[in-house]
Design a protein around this ligand. Sequence first.
Ligand code: MEV
Length: 444
Amino acid sequence: MEIVKGFSKLSKEAKQEWLINNYCANPEKSLELLKSYNHDDARIQKLHDEFIENTVSNYFLPFGVAPNFVINGKIKCIPLAIEESSVVAAAAKAAGFWAERGGFKANVLSKEKIGHVHFVWRGKNPDDLFAFFEKNKQKFFSATESLTANMRKRGGGIMDLRIKDKTDLEPNFYQLEGTFNTVDSMGANFINSLLEEFSKVLEQEISTAEELEQEDRSVEIIMCILSNFTPNCLVRAEVSCPVDSLAMEGVTGEEFVQKFINAIKVAEIEPYRAVTHNKGIMNGIDSVILATGNDFRAVEACVHAYASKDGKYTSLSHANVKDGNFSFWIEVPISVGTVGGITKLHPMVKFAHEILGNPNADELMEVIAVAGLAQNFSAIRSLVTTGIQKGHMKMHLLNILNQLEATSDEKKQIVAYFKDKIVSHSAAVEIFEKIRGQKTSVNN
Ligand code: MEV
């Protein structure tokens, strides 16, 4: 294999050719596969081709919906894009369950985005730098007025600017820290453009700062970038109801709540469990983020940093009982947008926003936190009652049968067979072979 030069400049067809001829055992079949995943509508395909570089085909994920979510008194249908069999079913189950018990309450607690110009300043006294900054602070705002004009019109913009002394971490290391209100956009481009402009103002103003000694009149800019850690972009979602109304699966409300709270406690005190617990929450959060065209990597990175903000990785959700009332809640940092990015471009993303009633960013944050809490509720409910595998394997059964290349009729019979039995891979293969009357040749 040779290093390929100028690959991005090749046509899509040439890229496909190069790929299949170099990496695929059966190039003809692979080309057919790549082409079969192309969209028939050339306009939509072109959009996808241009989202990223080197597009050779599309990658489908199921787009599902979980109806019956009552959020702050309004009924919503939540869109979820995810490959894991049981996630949408778990969301829908929790939605229906809580719809009968007052629904979900959600509210945005804060919505501040943050970014830094990381720089080196070799002056001796940090107070001199702080004094220089205070004297010149207004210039950072005025130099960026044209960049912030639109955002200011929408009620956002730069909230504050300050210098942070980070020399306890690294000699001569400082930050110009900005906090921003990006209203309904996630704001990455807005913030990064401003930071790059701030760095120029900083270099310029410090070079002529008469209040500083001559040798202190320079900085070395390391980089300008927003932080995806947004602990002050927080949303809370909660459910609550009388303990008595939680009787289920052969247990009283009191027993269920005791088991539930114990399970939450384990995630609060023990990181091995906390990671899996929070992964279940992210099943809901990521699916909505993907469906609504937002950046799930940013939210993932932020949420896990937030889960360890007090020095130990812990549960994102909590539960308690007070005066016979059970409460279960989550507070998570969710930085998302309903404008910008691909939100107005990707047809399915636009559709997802439409079925959510074209929410603003605050409303979308609320929906996302609710989806995370709902997912967590269903997971813990199963874990402390029937066990997780019963529901999970039931949902996974169709994947197993598809892998075995079962016909629709065989699938129907086998799903019916497992109605009152626990699904396992081997049990599914066994009944499949029995119904078909022969051993399967599919490698499973
Ligand atoms: C599986 O995707 C998620 C769970 O493991 C979450 C949990 O254990 O709480 C079921």
